[in-house]
Every structure is written in C-alpha cells, then in structure tokens.
Design a protein around this ligand. Structure first.
Ligand code: HMG
Ligand code: MG
Length: 283
C-alpha cells in the first residue's frame, strides 16, 4: 500500500460540526473553539457560512465570526452571490461553494438545480478571484443521495469538470450522507485523479455508517492527501436527513500518527479540544 508522508487536515468543526446543532451556540463559545483549534496546530479551518439565517440559524453570526478570524487562514461557505458579497465585505480569504451531484439534494439544500447553481458559479468564481480569494469547490452527495438514491460517476464528473474549467483551487468530494464505502471511494478518486492530474482533491467523509476512516485509507490509495474532519465528530447537514458528523478529527489524527503520517496536530491537546467541542453540543 502507498501512503503519503504528510496529510493536511482541514478542520470543519466550527462550520459542518456546529451547523446541525438545534440550539444556538453563543458566538463567544464558537470563537473559543476556533481559538483552541488554531492553538493545537490547524492551519486551515472552515469557520462559518454566509447562508440565510432562516435556513441555517446556527450560522447567523457569520459576520462576527469572520471578524474574529481576521488574520487566520480560514474558509467560509458562500452558496450564492449574496453570500459572496457578504464574504467580500467581511474580508474572507477562502470561500467554499457547494453543489450537489444530485440535483434533488441541491434543490433542498440551496433551492436551485445543479445546473442553475453551476451557472451562478461562473459569476461567483470571477468575482471571488477579482477579490483575491481562494476557492474550494465541494461536490456534495458524490456517492449516493437520500432523495434520488444512486449517484453516478457521470453526475459527479459533470460538476467537477465545470469546477475545473472555472478555476477552482481545490475540489472537495463530499460523502454528505455518509453512505460511501472504500471500494467506490477508491474508484471515484482514482478516476478523477486520472482525468485531472493537476487538480487538488480533498476527501470529506461523514461517518454515518462508521466507514469514514476506511474511506480515508481508500482515498489515500488513490493519491489523496487532504481530508476534512470535525472535532468531536460533531455535525451533519440539515438537508441530509440521518447523516451524522464528519469523521472525528481526533480519530483521524490518531490513525494517521499511528501510521507514521505527519499532520502537524498535537493529539493530546486535540483530545481536550474534542471534549470542549462535545460540551457545546446539546444532542
Ligand atoms: P433562497 O431563499 O433561494 O434565496 O435561499 P433567494 O435568492 O430566493 O432570496 C430570498 C431572500 O433571501 C432575499 O431576501 C435574499 O436577499 C435573501 P429578501 O429580498 O426576500 O429580503 N438571501 C440571503 N440572505 C442572507 N445570505 C444569503 C442569502 N441569499 C439570499 N446568502 C440560500 C438560497 C442559498 C441562501 C439558502 O438556500 C440557504 O441559505 N441554504 C443553506 C444551505 C446550507 O447551509 N446547507 C448546509 C451546508 S452544505 C453542507 O453541509 C454540505 C457540505 O458539508 C459538503 C458535504 O458534506 O458534502 C458543505
Ligand atoms: Mg459535510
């Protein structure tokens, strides 16, 4: 088996981890979580989302979180032009768009079909680049979907191809409902790497069926060395019924360090942050 020497872990807990929490978490506690994560060694953190507060009330404090993150290398979600305008005002360094390979999911999540969102991305990418922002582009429901069932490779490729043409800095392949398995993960990442050898791909595995770590191993075999994870394993997407959080960061760091793979994260301190993160959850 071939493994990378180092892996970049992008901590998504403050965004993906907290967005699904039913009760509003005070902004000061979110800031404390971000500060603790920075201290244990994360170089990139997904901290908030400029989404509509009626759709995801937990992210209503995006502007305040962005102001707190000034000077950090952080990512904020921007699903539409209005979101991008808010992110520009807030001086966000990296944005993330997210489009479902399944149009049924995309409609539930951001109220547009996949192709409507891809069209809106043209202007979003252009404006973000004009403002010097880096662009992470998620393909959500890249393996299966609770609304449409099977998701084909062609549907995933359709979105990826457009992201490549538009100049995404990295493409993040999301197992949003956590139903992928190592075989399909290996096959999809290997095909994407063959098609786009110069593109950076990231793995984003929800752990609904406890296969996220196995999926990380499979993706590494296909050459992937960047993964998202959520401290304490918190989270899920409000529009992906039944999905649990991303792979827990502390489990991912433990596995990689036991395998001799560098992450730059201090595991003992991280375990304390995981306890803090879990204390914020009311689930
Ligand atoms: P919409 O209702 O279709 O928006 O929402 P609209 O364009 O029709 O506008 C309606 C009103 O909303 C207007 O206001 C707009 O100004 C306002 P009015 O004129 O009526 O007063 N509006 C906004 N306000 C604040 N921020 C905005 C915004 N946009 C419009 N950005 C929208 C479209 C995308 C906003 C909505 O569908 C939304 O917020 N969805 C939330 C989706 C979300 O956050 N999902 C969870 C994150 S995705 C995820 O978890 C998956 C991921 O982890 C990867 C994976 O796991 O695969 C990333
Ligand atoms: Mg997610």
């Amino acid at each position: 088996m071939i493994f990378p020497k180092t892996v970049e872990i992008i901590e998504v807990g403050p965004r993906d981890g907290l967005q699904n929490e039913p009760l509003f978490i005070p902004t000061e506690q979110k800031k404390e979580l971000i500060a603790k994560l920075t201290k244990v060694g994360f170089k990139r953190i997904e901290t908030t989302a400029f989404v509509h507060p009626k759709w995801v009330p937990q992210m209503a404090d995006a502007e305040e979180i962005a102001a707190f993150c000034k000077g950090l290398n952080y990512i904020a979600l921007t699903p539409n032009m209005k979101a991008l305008e808010r992110a520009i005002q807030a001086n966000v360094p990296q944005i993330a768009v997210f489009i479902g390979a399944s149009s049924a999911f995309n409609k539930k999540n951001i109220n547009k079909t996949t192709d409507e969102s891809l069209r809106e991305c043209e202007a979003i990418f252009e404006k973000a680049k004009d403002n010097g922002m880096l662009i992470r582009a998620y393909v959500s429901m890249a393996f299966s979907c609770p609304y449409q069932g099977e998701v084909t490779f062609e549907e995933v490729h359709h979105v990826c191809q457009r992201f490549v043409e538009l100049g995404a800095d990295e493409i993040d392949i999301g197992d949003t409902n956590g139903h992928a398995n190592p075989k399909i993960v290996y096959e999809r990442f290997a095909r994407l790497r063959d098609l786009y050898p110069d593109m950076t791909f990231v793995g984003h595995f929800h752990d609904t069926r406890k296969m996220a770590l196995a999926n990380v191993i499979a993706a590494m075999q296909a050459g992937v060395d960047k993964f998202d994870s959520s401290v304490g394993g918190l989270g899920g997407c409000p529009y992906s019924p039944g999905a649990t959080g991303n792979v827990a960061t502390e489990d991912l760091v433990l596995m990689l360090s036991e395998m001799g793979i560098e992450t730059g994260v201090d595991l003992d301190s991280l375990k304390e942050v995981a306890e803090f993160a879990k204390s914020l959850s009311t689930r």
